[in-house]
Design a protein around this ligand. Structure first.
Ligand SMILES: NC(=O)c1ccc[n+]([C@@H]2O[C@H](COP(=O)([O-])OP(=O)(O)OC[C@H]3O[C@@H](n4cnc5c(N)ncnc54)[C@H](O)[C@@H]3O)[C@@H](O)[C@H]2O)c1
Length: 289
């Protein structure tokens, strides 16, 4: 497939990442078909996308013609069959659960053509975990966006041993077409590049809070004002979701046998539904979301 032949893109998972990825794609001139296994997620996404586009128009960031054109290219469909059939690229942004993702790839393998690029947005699961679920593993890779995907420019394109070099190049070209700046990650490594650096910072931050050295709020202020990071690690955790953080810590503990710093804090917050912005409270409290 040549990038100029790209006509239809499928995004699976209309959560906080999938819907922003899909709208970014529509805003850059491609027809995108977004699906989710939960009908309410599609209904919420419909309202959210209308509010977002109206907001951009009223702030003067976009003309109403541009917003209407994006809206017309942004298709919400209830089944994977409708979303993926005939797509040249499928971006998977569904729940971070290995078995759920594996069943998803099995289903997808029965729908798409052999040349379709299959790109997982997973932050922590490398695409080789799904290579036996699809017909053409050479077309499978990670395409990792950052949150909020409508704003942040970076995309990590991760090559597994099974991934063909031209698959990586197509994803790199596609990322550029939708206004992103891709970096190539030449082999599968846990956490890829950026989250490894982030993890080192987060581990130290949790360690300092667990040890009672400072509060999460003061640690964030220290990192924001002392290192000039736009957000401290705890504010960022509220944005990306404590639920995701807790699940990835559980997996890491299982994989390494070492209990990660902050596990008890994240577990307690997870069980109390303090998941960050998405539930209105995490390390900080938020207004209506
Ligand atoms: N949250 C972040 O900051 C972030 C950043 C980069 C990458 N990611 C990755 O993106 C993916 C999604 O994360 P999120 O934060 O958007 O999660 P989320 O929980 O907000 O959304 C996941 C969506 O997937 C849907 N879903 C579950 N199973 C499905 C299936 N079989 N088919 C279709 N839809 C299904 C759920 O109904 C939900 O709407 C994960 O793999 C995560 O690692 C997340």
């Amino acid at each position: 497939m040549k990038i100029d032949a790209l006509k239809k893109v499928c995004v699976a998972g209309a959560g906080q990442m999938g819907r922003q990825i899909a709208l970014t794609i529509a805003l850059h001139g491609y027809d995108v078909y977004l699906t989710d296994s939960v009908p309410a997620a599609l209904a919420q996404t419909d309202t959210w996308s209308r509010d977002y586009l109206d907001g951009r128009v009223s702030k003067g960031k976009m003309t109403s013609e541009q917003a209407d054109a994006a809206r017309a290219r942004f298709h919400l469909v209830p089944t994977l069959q409708q979303a993926a059939a005939g797509s040249q690229i499928v971006i998977e942004a569904i729940l971070e659960d290995r078995e759920i993702k594996r069943s998803f790839y099995f289903e997808l393998g029965g729908i798409v053509g052999e040349d379709t690029i299959l790109a997982s947005n997973s932050s922590y699961m490398v695409s080789s975990l799904f290579q036996d679920c699809v017909k053409t593993p050479s077309r499978l890779a990670n395409m990792h966006f950052f949150n909020p995907a409508l704003v942040l420019k970076l995309v990590e394109v991760v090559k597994g041993e099974h991934t063909a070099p031209d698959t990586v190049e197509l994803i790199v070209e596609f990322a550029k077409k939708i206004g992103k700046t891709p970096i190539r990650v030449n082999r599968e490594i846990d956490g890829f590049v950026v989250n490894r650096v982030l993890r080192a910072i987060r581990d130290e931050a949790y360690f300092l809070v667990e040890e009672g050295v400072c509060t999460p709020e003061d640690l964030d202020i220290g990192v924001e004002l002392g290192l000039n990071h736009p957000m401290g690690p705890f504010r960022l955790l509220d944005l990306t979701g404590i639920d995701l953080n807790y699940m990835s810590m559980e997996q890491r503990w299982k994989d390494t046998g070492i209990k990660p710093h902050g596990y008890d804090i994240a577990k307690q917050m997870y069980e109390s539904h303090l998941w960050g912005r998405k539930t209105g409270k995490g390390f900080y409290t938020y207004g209506e979301t």
